[in-house]
Design a binder for this molecule. Sequence first.
Ligand code: GDP
Ligand code: MG
Length: 602
Amino acid sequence: MDVLIRMMSRIDDVLETVGSGDVVSLPQIVAIGSQSSGKSSVLENIVGRDFIPRNSGVCTRRPLKLDLIKVDRTQEIEWAVFSHMPDKIFTDWTEVGLEIVRDTERLCGTNKSICDTQIGLRVFSPHVVSLTLIDLPGITRVPVGDQPEDIEDQIVNMVCKYIQRPNTLILAVTAANVDFATSEAIKLARRVDPSGRRTLAVLTKIDLMDRGTDAMDVIMGRVLPVKLGIVGIICRSQADLNKKTTIREALEKEKKFFRSKYPSVAARSGSAYLRRSLSKLLVEHIRATLPDLTMKISLLRRQFQSQLANYGEPVKDFSGNEVKSSAIDIIDGAGYFTTDELAGGARINFIFHDTFGSTLAQVNPLDGIAPVEILTSIRNSSGTSSAVFMPDRSFCTLVKKQILRLEEPSIRCIELVQEELKRIINDALSAEYQRFPRLSNKLRDAVISSIEMRTAPAKEFISNFIKNEVSYINCKHPDFLGAKKSAISKMTGDSEHGSEKRECAIVEFLIQCYFNIVRKSIQDHVPKVIMNFIVNAVKDTLQGFLVTTIYKMESGSERNMKELLAESEFIAQQREELTHMLKAYSQAETILQSVRNETNTL
Ligand code: GDP
Ligand code: MG
């Protein structure tokens, strides 16, 4: 037991340092068997404390989960806490026993009913091995009191739920004064553990066997073989309890009994031997789980390590080069996302090609021009002599008006991109630079104000671009000339005098042609202007920021830098926590290594 205690407490240390019970599950010991076979008594002998309620009637009516927790030897006190009343500390074991009865009655009534809601009890003591023991209601056939008809099925299901977990060691308890061949405990254990790897049989009440019979055949495995062994023990009888016999006295008496009545198997019988066997099984179990535990712990340790690496080194030394290089890193990073992400950025491209493109396409070149307007302009431009049709002059006035209609969507496009850019900068900075909120705020302010500053000239440029288009209608534009020639010859045909209707159609056609040329050019230019005036400016601003910041650092105005590189409290705190966890996990790894060495020498 000593080795086990040492190992368990080391593993406890591991679990405590890493603060997680989910990482590993240590074995649970579950006692199963018929009612009154002595399950609670056996567990009590293992623990060496008498607070598990037991008597000759039905008393274990709910699963009792007993977590034994080894505490520092310097504290001589022992105490217990129930999970249903976490604030109350029990130091009197009689009180603990009474509370178990009380809470059982609260849920199951007073008339022998059972239920599967577990009672949780944590016992803290310097004298125990850290273990989890589970005491279950006994298997019974005939319903008594308020028990339902299917009481046997209910209990069997409940028991199976506990013992089918591969991590449990099954203590199959059978009383020596019943037929071992029909033992309910062995029957159930075999169902969930057919190979018998985790079943240990316990034979109780050997002192109560009929005169002339003995337990030798059973203990030797001649009735039913049990791979891990069949251990005969004697617990305190009801009479012993009434006489207030202590566990220590009972253990002495048990020893004497086996020496005199079963000398050939005395060395492998009794409660002390049961504890040793159990301890050996647990050590083996621990040895088997160590590789897995070690792997999990080291995996988690590596995870913490890489998380920590992401947060970077703490910025403490403000005079050193470290600060400078971390500032450069940050600003470099910012430069990276603007040049690469924005220029080819999907969000901005969408505005250019989909939003802007389709708005322009929707502008109808002839919208807002009434036929009478065209006629008037034709008449005006041909003056008094109506002999020659001169479409150019009339079309020029009309097309200028239409071109102006392209200004509004172009300006709108600039505004949309501006908004989107601000959003992108915001997102990127808050995602990437949360570590240094002040620096990132300052960077954001600089970039956003430069975006705003560059927007006005961009708008002005576009307005001028449109003014240029309007100020001179280039009737000799190569794309226009061809279209015009073919249209006029087609529409006038061989007739010398074009009718007004025909002339109108020609003017309309020319407006469309010219308008399309200008529209194409605007669609091509606006994105270029935006890139040149605004998006690239973001890049310039960042570079400027970099240059001045580094210059400031080099010229020694460190106070400014100190402020800028102040970390967010959140990050600092996260780093601290991670550092702590990392240390704990590294420690856990070391402990595990030494436990492994220890098991290898066993
Ligand atoms: P459980 O229902 O299986 O939990 O059985 P308990 O542990 O409550 O024991 C039932 C009764 O049998 C109690 O009165 C115990 O004192 C008594 N008992 C248990 N083991 C022994 C034993 O080895 N010898 C004697 N004489 N009585 C025992
Ligand atoms: Mg019991």
